[in-house]
Design a protein around this ligand. Structure first.
Ligand code: GSH
Length: 244
């Protein structure tokens, strides 16, 4: 199966973590896709567009060997879990599952909002939507404080909620350096300050083989637009085959 995703390994990708935990790592053909290059004016020809297989053109997008396409990171994680050849990342129905998927939703909101804030900083500062930054930060602080309380209690098993926490927190942690942009409200935000349990949990969790599989490791495969478009064509061909 092919996973179209942004191969920036400066942060943890929860879909890669989930694929690895569920025993699918070696089944994945990872296809480098850069959806923001177009926005940044680096990809005038839309060379990395995957719109032919995902109308939203977003990553992550998973294409099964049958040609079926699954997108939305939560849907992709659920697919890996439901077809797991190893451990499960979604607890059985009950309080632990509701807790895991709530942390998943909260962490994904933090990640996606951080992406929006970063994209805002690609514009001239005078054009920044300050309402965005002002409304988001109190939510981030409360959410991280809630995760600190959760981490202090601890978890029995590593779950999809923790994979999403790693994704969101690692992205928050590196963004200032990576994007060379400064947040207008918390230019030097340090999520660890005042959150010792979350900090200890993070340091332990990033040692997991599923995280070490990619985190802070260079993407060494072919990251060209030609390879991405070839992969899109392969998926379309599979779809045609299965339709006939
Ligand atoms: N809710 C989606 C969000 C995915 C998303 O926003 N991906 C971004 C990259 S982090 C993207 O592909 N943006 C390109 C675009 O919106 O055109 C998910 O969880 O998969």
């Amino acid at each position: 199966m092919k996973l179209f995703y942004s191969p920036f390994h400066t942060f943890v990708h929860k879909v890669l973590v989930t694929a690895h935990e569920c025993g699918h790592w070696d089944d994945l053909d990872r296809v480098a896709t850069f959806p923001f290059k177009n926005l940044l004016g680096e990809d005038q020809g839309d060379a990395y567009s995957i719109a032919a297989i995902n109308p939203l053109g977003k990553v992550p997008t998973l294409a099964l060997d049958s040609g079926q396409v699954i997108f939305g990171s939560q849907a992709v994680c659920e697919y890996f879990d439901a077809t797991s050849k190893a451990r499960r990342m979604y607890p059985e129905a009950g309080p632990k599952r509701w807790d895991a998927i709530t942390r998943l939703a909260m962490s994904d909101t933090i990640f996606e909002t951080t992406v929006q804030m970063v994209a805002e900083q690609w514009q001239e500062p005078k054009q920044w939507n300050m309402v965005l930054f002002e409304s988001v930060w109190p939510k981030f602080i409360r959410a991280l404080d809630k995760l600190e309380q959760d981490a202090a209690r601890g978890w029995d098993e590593f779950d999809v909620g923790q994979a999403a926490m790693l994704h969101a927190i690692s992205y928050l942690g590196f963004r200032a350096e990576f994007y060379e942009a400064k947040d207008p409200i918390h230019p030097n935000f340090k999520w660890r300050d005042g959150r010792p349990a979350l900090s200890d949990w993070y340091d332990e969790a990033i040692q997991r083989p599923s995280v070490q599989s990619h985190f802070e490791k260079d993407f060494t495969d072919d990251g060209s637009a030609a390879r991405c478009q070839q992969a899109v064509q392969d998926v379309l061909a599979r779809q045609k085959e299965h339709a006939s």
